[in-house]
Write a protein that binds this ligand. Structure first.
Ligand SMILES: Cc1cc2nc3c(=O)[nH]c(=O)nc-3n(C[C@H](O)[C@H](O)[C@H](O)COP(=O)(O)OP(=O)(O)OC[C@H]3O[C@@H](n4cnc5c(N)ncnc54)[C@H](O)[C@@H]3O)c2cc1C
Length: 385
């Protein structure tokens, strides 16, 4: 078995496979790449949602022209038909990636090969140990989630637990996603139900919490059951699959780039947008950028996730401060933002493509008092020189 490569990617989830797909496009110019993945097979373990754009490598399975937010008896519906909200099934993404890797002469994916010890650099090469032996390469992309969700590990955690269900009767409106159906205000966390209608009888229904503590499914089950009952009423349903996730909202900056031959990427290394947790498009963008740098004629280089522009970082920081200090304002904040800002501006903002004027429009659409209070708290908390 070959054990020397130009590049080793640790982990073949969304980030590892996205980079492999971007590199596969280079044909013979693609570096000799090995991807090591702990899982021995892929399941349909998640669905990725995002707003449509032209340059995605994979085709989504569903899309919706409208989005709705609800809080008590208030409701806001926005038309997103110009940039529909789309869903990609993980099983389709994994299958597409595996097909491209199989067709590439230079990329090898080894499933069921977990990395068993920290990679060591020796003589300009990274030595990576798995149960099957040692492999090495001068460049290493690490997509494993090194950061474990713990209290204080992120400003907030987004925890969600959902069921894809098939009902015996028609229950769902297939034209509209319920992006956030807020539960009554809570002084410790923001809670809402997310409904992706896949047909009139099938939907993914998720209970989501933005809070300081990362939550396991057990902590979300009771409210999810209540949401299912509220949504489906007496209609009987069958559970098709379950998904659970814990995403960081606002990570502390880490010491990246100490060694340019190794990069840490993925959802726990800056891929997730702090204020929303959306990561898929950001990972796609990073993968395209990293593949370009690896194929650079002046020599291969690695890149990590590019920090957001300053205005976005400041807005996300303030936003998270508001949600952390005044979670009871969460529903009003999102309702106001979606009710007042133009959909195209909002979608660019949420997708990480905001222009300066989009940021100003989103700021103007938010209730300003909680933000002023958050700003004053940040200023007071700033370490003195
Ligand atoms: C259920 C769920 C739904 C989500 N929905 C959305 C969404 O709708 N929109 C959106 O933008 N984002 C979404 N996200 C966030 C984000 O897009 C995903 O988490 C995405 O999969 C992150 O990609 P990643 O490569 O960082 O991590 P992963 O996809 O988890 O990949 C990491 C890989 O590393 C492997 N690995 C770990 N340790 C080892 C080891 N020691 N040896 C070898 N391999 C190892 C793992 O098995 C895994 O395959 C969702 C996340 C979850 C969990």
């Amino acid at each position: 078995m070959q054990d020397e490569f130009d590049l080793i990617i640790l982990g073949a989830g969304c980030a590892g496979l996205s980079l492999a797909m971007a590199l596969a496009k280079a044909g013979k110019a693609c570096p000799r790449t090995l991807i090591l993945e702990a899982r021995s097979s892929y399941q349909n373990d998640r669905s990725w949602c995002f707003w449509a754009n032209a340059d995605s490598a994979v085709l989504p399975q569903h899309q919706w022209p409208q989005l709705r937010l609800m809080a008590g008896d208030k409701s806001v519906r926005i038309d997103s038909s110009k940039r529909p909200y789309q869903m990609l099934k993980a099983e389709n993404f994994y299958a597409r990636a595996q097909a491209l890797i199989k067709a590439s002469e230079n990329i090898t994916l080894r499933l069921g090969e977990a990395i068993t010890s920290e990679p060591q650099k020796n003589n300009r090469h990274w030595q990576v140990q798995t149960a099957a032996g040692q492999v090495s390469a001068p460049l290493l992309v690490d997509t494993r989630s090194m950061l474990k969700p713990t209290l204080g590990g992120a400003v907030l955690w987004q925890s969600f637990y959902g069921l894809e269900i098939e009902c015996e009767q028609s229950v769902f409106d297939t034209s509209c996603v319920d992006l956030m159906n807020f539960l009554p205000a809570d002084s410790t966390q923001v809670e809402f139900v997310y409904v992706l209608p896949l047909s009139a009888t099938r939907a993914l229904i998720e209970l989501t919490v933005f809070g300081q503590e990362p939550l396991l499914p057990i902590a979300l089950t009771q409210q999810l059951d209540a949401a299912l009952l509220a949504r489906c009423g007496a209609a009987k349903f069958q559970v098709i699959r379950r998904e659970h996730g814990i995403l960081p909202m606002g990570l502390k900056p880490t010491a990246q780039g100490l060694d340019a031959s190794r990069v840490q990427v993925g959802v726990m290394a800056g891929a997730a947008r702090p204020s929303t947790g959306y990561a898929f498009r950001r990972i796609e963008r990073w993968a395209a950028e990293c593949a370009r740098a690896l194929l650079d004629v002046s020599g291969p280089k690695l890149v990590g996730h590019t920090p957001d522009p300053l205005i976005i970082r400041l807005m996300d920081k303030l936003f998270l401060q508001v949600l952390k200090a005044e979670p009871q304002c969460g529903a009003a904040l999102f309702m106001s933002m979606f009710g007042k800002a133009k959909p195209e501006r909002l979608i660019r903002f949420l997708s990480g493509e905001a222009r300066f004027t989009d940021c100003l429009a989103v700021i103007a659409a938010c209730p300003y008092l909680p933000f002023l209070r958050a700003l004053s708290r940040l200023v007071i908390a700033r370490p003195k020189p």
